[in-house]
Design a binder for this molecule. Sequence first.
Ligand SMILES: [Zn+2]
Length: 88
Amino acid sequence: MFAAPAAFAPRCRGCGLDLAAYEPGPRALYPVVLPLVVLLALGAVRFDDALHPPLWLHALIWPPVVALVMIGALRLVKVTLLTRRIKP
Ligand SMILES: [Zn+2]
C-alpha cells in the first residue's frame, strides 16, 4: 500500500481503495515527527557521551537510523489514521 517509503500508493492493490484520499497532511504528522526528532537528538548525545565515537562514525550511523525511525513512524501513523477513518 506504499508507493514511496512513507507515502501511500494511489490505490490499494488488493481492493482498489483510493488511498491518496487518505494521505494525511504534514500538519497531522508534526506531533509524531517532532518528539521523535528530540528523542533522536537526545539519543545521539547520550551515545556520544557513553562511547565517544569518532565523528565519521556518527556520520555513518545516524542518517540510516534517522531514516528508518522516521519512515517506520510515519508508516505506522498513516496506517493508524487510515484504519480509523475507514472503520469508525
Ligand atoms: Zn485494500
